[in-house]
Ligand binder design. Structure first.
Ligand code: FE
Length: 341
């Protein structure tokens, strides 16, 4: 995280903004972002260059930001919320924080399954299977189902079942195949654990490379980050790890999103809509891809990211992003029952 100065002071300063003149207001946008990627700077400066609107940014942890906006209530200086994971965006919707928008630009640029009435996906991250090249025959790993195959007993590493990335993956399985099958799958994966769930996706990649486990799942941008790393040990890690696009014969690989919406109480609503529209522009879509190794949501955007190119083309699940949120609570219950902690 990267607070320029103490968060509370900044908020105080922002809270005074409604007192400023109307003209001054138009030139500022208050962005609450849970994306803490260095490369996002380029996004904000690109927007400022095009519109003359300065982006004032508050960064925070996903759930904290939502709480903060809710606590600030009608006085919240926040114009736009940007965060990662469909279920968190849906939580903002359920808390009644977001304003429904009508934007021709967003509707034409962003495919229908990647937007809702009040929030929009701007980038995609796929959840892939990774394996230790020396330990596993990749032909045995075609689907998420294969992670539950008893053949992999004692070989699977995972981050916590409570983490949104895994909850969204399980939510997609519930959406496609129903609760009973999803639970059988979760139990099967737990039975195959090499160790109790711990760490983040990068820790699972390193554990696979070290032979501590043979198989795990990871979001693609963590893989791309290691592939593009300056550190030789990172690239060595990736030499030992193979990547599988699951369910290419079926519903496609599960993708999650990062996205955002305009807040109901936004003091600079017009600038906020402009900002979201900017995020769907070719230029901004390329920043997501080339800077943070995510896939654009807008079809046909030309990329210059060797790691994404190396990962190759794949069929992504086109489940509407809203359904990931619908099944999230069920997913948590199933993981709990299955002992996927
Ligand atoms: Fe992440």
């Amino acid at each position: 995280m990267n607070f320029g100065f103490p968060g509370s002071l900044f908020l105080l300063a922002l809270a005074a903004a409604p007192l400023a003149s109307a003209q001054a207001q138009e030139k500022v946008l208050n962005l609450y972002s849970a994306r803490h990627y260095q490369t996002d700077e380029a996004l904000y400066s690109g927007f400022t260059r095009q519109t003359g609107i300065t982006v004032k940014r508050i960064e925070g942890k996903e759930d904290e930001l939502l709480e903060r906006i809710r606590n600030e209530g009608a006085n919240s200086p926040a114009d736009v919320l940007l965060t990662v994971d469909a279920a968190r965006l849906a939580a903002a919707h359920e808390m009644g924080l977001l304003a429904p928008l009508q934007s021709r630009v967003l509707e034409t640029r962003i495919p229908a399954h990647l937007r809702t009435a009040d929030w929009y996906a701007f980038s995609l991250r796929a959840r892939v299977i990774i394996y230790a090249k020396e330990m596993v025959n990749p032909d045995e790993l075609r689907t998420y189902d294969d992670l539950a195959n008893p053949r992999l007993k004692g070989k699977v590493c995972s981050r916590s079942g409570s983490h949104p990335y895994n909850l969204s993956l399980l939510a997609s399985i519930i959406a496609h195949r129903g609760e009973a099958k999803a639970e059988a799958w979760a139990r099967g994966v737990v039975a195959n654990f090499a160790r109790a769930p711990k760490g983040g996706d990068t820790d699972q990649i390193r554990a696979v490379a070290a032979g501590e486990c043979a198989v795990a799942v990871s979001n693609t941008y963590y893989l791309a980050r290691l592939m593009r790393s300056d550190k030789p040990e990172d690239r060595k890690t990736m030499e030992k790890v193979g990547v599988i696009w699951p369910d290419q014969q079926g519903s496609g690989t599960h993708v999650n999103v990062s996205g955002g919406g305009v807040l109901k109480t936004a003091p600079h609503r017009e600038a906020a809509v402009k900002f979201l529209e900017y995020l769907s522009s070719d230029e901004a879509q390329r920043y997501f891809a080339d800077g943070n190794n995510e896939w654009p949501v807008v079809p046909g955007v030309k990329l210059a990211n060797p790691a994404l190119e190396e990962l190759g083309k794949f069929k992504a699940d086109t489940l509407p992003v809203g359904s990931l949120a619908t099944y999230r609570a069920k997913a948590q219950m199933i993981f709990d029952r299955a002992g996927y902690r």
